[in-house]
Write a protein that binds this ligand. Structure first.
Ligand SMILES: *Cc1c(COP(=O)(O)O)cnc(C)c1O
Length: 646
């Protein structure tokens, strides 16, 4: 409810007001900030605030290279910093709780499979022997080739067929540490068969199904009804089979995964306690488990609320590490078993921060028909007369009552229109007057602490729509599918107060191609405070969507055939005059390439157009030179990108 309150000129707008409005200090993890001129800056190495770069400078630089928005910017230094932070948090916890073994992370490739991302993580994680986690054959094929350090782990989850198993064991034969995690009883037989064929003993892990269950949007991965993992009876049966076939010494890893984005630290505590018991009991039964794998789930605070809400988390990275280490140590000490090596499969927490999307908001569609500009005439419909009276009397009368009356008239007018007894001219006036009265009423409530529900709803209906040159389905799939929140804000003009509340709509043809839930101060809101796009003059008004690095990159779909967006990788480089360098450019999909994915061959398309144009020329529909221009336009257009070229 601040169509108007943000206009309040009595409080002076400062950079701090902008920081508060968009909560940047709460969600940015120290990687983004606002400079004194109101531009968003990236500070990819938060410990050194002198290393900073304005996002608008990067956008300008990209534009020089003919890379337009929508543009995805990746900060390789942030990936680096995330890997270091997670490792240091565990190292600190290990020292604090006298833990007598080590931590080693594995990166679950499914969270972001892009080669440059995975390579950067492996590079940053080299001192820590970071490994990879895969959940399918294609992921395994990628991991085997790019993970060259034999000491680093490759953990294989997901359902496995013989080809999957054979490929994994081939990696082991090559000297890599590849662990096959059994998710289902049925997987043991083929693993045994293939390993005998290959003359090798597999390194086995088992995924245990815990009773502890997470809240949140991804809770179904854990708990007793989970799709994956063995319950206690199956786990014991499997262990006994291993003993029987003399493979008990192959049982080296115990794994659980309670779901992604676990919002509540109590879930983590309970799960680690429960799984630690499984570890200890199995160890005492004679299975030499060396690795205790806590899976993923380490959450990202997307809305900056530090709460148990789905898009947040109520704990810090350090608290997470402390709880894992502390509870595992306690149970192990109590049971008299060695401290196992701790593995975590944090994906989201490593990659979410490193990329952000720039979109251009280029048109505002408000319900701003101005009734005052409509001429009054003699034979106006009684409804128009009545609404005009309500509007003119607004200052003195009760606003809510006036609005209720206006709404009643608007609805009656709708019925009359449907019956064919109201003319377009009158309907237009009635609608305009109704919106003006609504606006006045909403304005009247602006800034009040208690706002009735129906007025809040009205406020949202009145909010402007900003059309943004991107596809929610391609770039923000979790917002569309799960209403996950991402921080969104203007990238400049933050030294000026935003003037209106808006929803964002994309350029796909679907009404659900929009962003209508935003992070908010106390609770999420349905609108975002924005400037009028005209504030940037002839330049585009840019919005940034942040914390995009996890899952969004690889799950987006090609709805309406909008393809991948332009992408650049930025590294901080003090030797460079700009202080940063654009290291890698990946151009977005062309129209021809997305068409190719749905089986339209470029040459066939051109040939077919050519035949039709030739026929039209023969029929004298247009001249040969016009025809050849049309064909050129079509051919060149196929090379263009899928988004609007503004
Ligand atoms: C998806 C998944 C992960 C990654 O979870 P995050 O919450 O992104 O850290 C880790 N392990 C397994 C088995 C998974 O399925």
């Amino acid at each position: 409810m601040n169509n108007t309150s943000s206009n309040n000129s009595s409080e002076e707008w400062t950079i701090d007001s902008a920081k508060q409005k968009y909560h940047i200090d709460h969600w940015s993890g120290g990687y983004f900030n606002i400079d004194h001129e109101g531009h968003v800056i990236a500070t990819p190495k938060p410990d050194d605030s002198s290393l900073k770069v304005r996002l608008t400078d990067i956008i300008e630089e990209a534009k020089q290279r003919n890379l337009r928005t929508p543009l995805l910017i990746r900060f390789q230094d942030i990936l680096h910093h995330r890997v270091q932070s997670i490792n240091s948090a565990f190292e600190k916890a290990i020292t604090e709780f006298n833990y007598r073994s080590r931590y080693r992370g594995v990166f679950p490739i499914k969270v972001n499979q892009l080669r440059k991302v995975v390579e950067e993580i492996l590079g940053a994680g080299k001192p820590y022997q970071i490994g990879l986690e895969v959940g399918s054959k294609p992921e395994l094929f990628a991991a085997l080739a790019i993970q060259e350090n034999p000491k680093s782990l490759i953990i294989c989850n997901g359902y496995k067929d013989k080809a999957y198993i054979k490929t994994a064991l081939m990696g082991q034969k090559m000297g890599k540490s590849v662990v096959l995690v059994i998710e289902k009883m049925e997987e043991l037989d083929p693993i045994v068969a293939v390993s005998e064929e290959m003359g090798i003993k597999p390194i086995l892990g088992v995924r245990v199904k815990l009773w502890s269950k997470a809240d949140g949007k991804w809770a179904a991965s854990g708990g007793e009804n989970a799709k994956f993992g063995l319950g206690t009876a199956d786990l014991l049966a499997l262990a006994k089979r291993l003993t029987k076939i003399k493979l008990s010494e192959c049982f080296r890893l115990l794994h659980f995964h309670i779901g992604s984005q676990v919002p509540d630290i109590f879930t983590v505590k309970k799960a680690v306690q429960e799984a630690s018991r499984y570890y200890a009991k199995l160890y005492k039964l004679g299975y030499p488990i060396k690795w205790f794998d806590v899976g993923g789930g380490l959450a990202v605070d997307y809305d900056g609320s530090r709460s148990k809400s789905d898009s947040s988390k109520n704990y810090s990275l350090q608290e997470y590490a402390n709880d894992v280490v502390y509870h595992l140590a306690e149970v192990s000490n109590e049971e008299g078993v060695p401290h196992p090596e701790i593995i975590s499969e944090s994906g989201r927490a490593i990659v979410a921060h490193h990329s952000m999307l720039v979109v251009e908001a280029f048109e505002s569609m408000g319900k701003s028909q101005k009734f005052t500009q409509i001429q009054k005439n003699k034979n106006e419909h009684t409804f128009v007369v009545e609404l005009r009276e309500l509007y003119e009397g607004l200052k003195s009368s009760g606003k809510m009552e006036a609005w209720h009356d206006a709404k009643e008239i608007k609805e009656a007018a709708q019925s009359m229109f449907n019956l064919g007894i109201l003319e377009l001219e009158d309907k237009a006036k009635i609608e305009s007057l109704y919106w003006e009265i609504s606006q006045a009423v909403v304005k009247d409530f602006g800034g009040r602490s208690m706002i009735p529900g129906e007025i809040q709803q009205l406020d949202e209906n009145l909010s402007a729509q900003y059309l943004c040159n991107f596809s929610v389905f391609q770039s923000l799939i979790d917002h569309w599918a799960l209403k996950q929140l991402f921080p969104i804000m203007p990238l400049s003009f933050l030294d000026k107060s935003p003037e209106q509340e808006a929803r964002l709509v994309d350029i796909t043809c679907d009404s659900d191609g929009q962003v209508d839930q935003f992070i908010g101060q106390e609770k999420q809101g349905n609108t975002l405070s924005l400037h009028l796009p005209s504030i940037s003059g002839s330049n585009p008004y840019h919005l940034g969507v942040f914390l995009m690095g996890a899952y969004q990159d690889v799950m987006g779909d090609m709805h309406n055939l909008f393809g991948r967006v332009n992408e650049i990788q930025v590294v901080i480089d003090l030797n460079h005059e700009r202080g940063y360098d654009i290291q890698e450019v990946i151009e977005g999909d062309s129209i021809a390439s997305v068409l190719n994915m749905v089986q339209y061959d470029e040459n066939n398309l051109i040939q077919s157009m050519k035949n039709q144009i030739d026929n039209a020329i023969l029929n004298h529909q247009f001249s040969p030179s016009e025809g050849s221009q049309m064909l050129d336009h079509y051919k060149q257009g196929l090379r263009d990108q899928t988004y609007l070229s503004l």
